[in-house]
Ligand binder design. Structure first.
Ligand code: PMT
Length: 409
């Protein structure tokens, strides 16, 4: 995956800098040419000698170093196939978000045309700080690749999100960027994400815990693999993925309208959204007043969008998700059959690291022919890759794959 590839690994000043030694070592052993750049702060955490030995070339940190013929930061930036910043502190992320270039690493990041993969690591309070979150979202909007940190015990003794993603995951992401699979090229993929909301009055609604992460990952991966992607999403806190047509909806019926509008053009539909099955019979035009008495909200069923697609489908491959709290495989299999799906991705949302809100998921893939593939805990991006890996091997897909090309609007 890395043979002959030229990577810049930028290491910034956090305690996770020591893990970058493993990253550099693994990349070098896999055949990559690795140019390490340290920030001034990173040199307090890890020795240049360690990294020079592992990468078998001198480590750079000085923007004004002599002895290089040419303009060093431009040469390094231009030669790179990929820039990986790991660990990335809040400081470098802030600089990248505004285009500040005051040292060698930030200057190389600004000057490169190569993709940039960022693996943040920091204290949980810094990670949750809204200013930092804004900067991270900005990077994602600009097309930087971001590997979310993990949750757990941090070096500062606090518990929470901020631990550098495992080196294995960073390697996988880097390999994916350098060797993109284009097996969905020319296809249109319709993805739904997030949760729908049903209003009770102007300030209250019935909703669910979906963050949109699973659906957004499905959309991003489909795009990475060459598809034209339409993402129909309930309200989320996530930035719109660059290059993807995004349609925001709130209610199940709004989602139904948009899904049906795009369905005829779709080759694949992935319904990762958590859809409200019921809505209030009546919507109060004023905020309901507290009376101290019991309050009953009468609900009526919403349309089942996916079941409708199952009835309408002619050539489309349909992938559903099943969020279960018991009898995972039996319930998911029942849904697959009832909604005439080609595949269903079943997640037991009671498990740690699975389902709503988390960056990882633990899923089983069920197929119409009765096969079941159980996957271990992995990032939602990796789950998305596995789903498409299996989908492109389905007989239903392979038989139609040659018959249909991309249809333009
Ligand atoms: O968004 P995240 O925080 O990342 O969380 C991810 C997730 C848990 C939401 C996702 O992995 C997931 O399981 N999505 C499906 C949730 C769900 O609504 O499951 P369900 O078992 O109720 O529905 C089965 C399928 O029918 C789903 O594909 C759903 O989109 C679809 N459906 C359901 C009801 C309805 N009225 N219309 C539908 O189309």
């Amino acid at each position: 995956m890395f043979e002959g590839k030229r990577l810049v690994v930028g290491i910034t000043g956090g305690i996770a800098a020591y893990k970058a030694a493993d990253l550099v070592s693994r990349l070098s052993k896999e055949g990559a040419q690795v140019q390490v750049i340290l920030t001034e702060a990173a040199r307090h955490f890890i020795s240049p000698l360690t990294l020079a030995t592992l990468s078998r070339r001198p480590v750079l940190w000085d923007l004004f170093s002599e002895g290089h013929h040419g303009v060093q930061h431009i040469d390094v930036a231009q030669e790179a196939d990929l820039v990986v910043v790991a660990p990335a502190t809040a400081n470098i992320i802030a600089k990248m978000a505004v285009g500040l270039a005051d040292d060698l690493l930030s200057t190389v990041v600004l000057a490169t045309k190569a993709p940039v993969l960022v693996a943040p690591a920091m204290n949980v309070n810094m990670y949750e700080n809204p200013v930092f979150q804004q900067n991270l979202h900005r990077l994602q909007e600009l097309g930087f690749y971001v590997i979310e940190p993990e949750s757990g015990m941090l070096a500062c003794g606090m518990e929470g999100k901020g631990r550098l993603a495992p080196v294995e995951q960073i390697l996988q992401a880097a390999a994916g960027i350098l060797n993109p699979r284009r097996d969905l090229a020319g296809k249109t993929v319709l993805v739904t994400a997030g949760g729908t909301r049903e209003a009770i009055d102007p300030v209250r609604y019935i909703g669910n815990r979906s963050s949109g992460k699973m659906g957004y990952a499905m959309a991003a991966v489909a795009q990475e693999r060459g598809a034209r992607v339409v993402l129909i999403t309930g309200p989320t806190m996530l930035p719109p993925p660059p290059g993807i047509e995004v349609i925001g909806v709130e209610t199940t019926r709004e989602m139904q309208v948009e899904v049906l509008r795009y369905f005829p053009k779709a080759d694949i539909v992935v319904k990762a959204a958590a859809v409200a099955d019921y809505r209030p019979v009546s919507l109060s035009t004023h905020k309901l007043k507290k009376t101290g008495e019991k309050l009953t909200v009468e609900l009526e069923p919403n349309p089942d969008i996916l079941a409708e697609l199952g009835r309408l489908k002619d050539r489309q491959v349909l992938v559903g998700f099943a969020a279960e709290t018991e009898e995972l495989l039996a319930n998911a299999s029942h849904k697959m059959e009832k909604k005439k799906l080609d595949m269903i991705v079943a997640n037991d949302v009671t498990r740690e690291g699975a389902g709503f809100g988390s960056d990882t998921n633990i899923v089983s893939l069920l197929f119409a022919d009765g096969r079941v593939v159980e996957l271990p805990r992995m990032s939602k991006t990796e789950v998305a890759h596995r789903v498409f890996d299996h989908l492109v091997e389905l007989p239903a897909w392979r038989s139609k794959n040659h018959a249909y090309g991309m249809e333009e609007e």
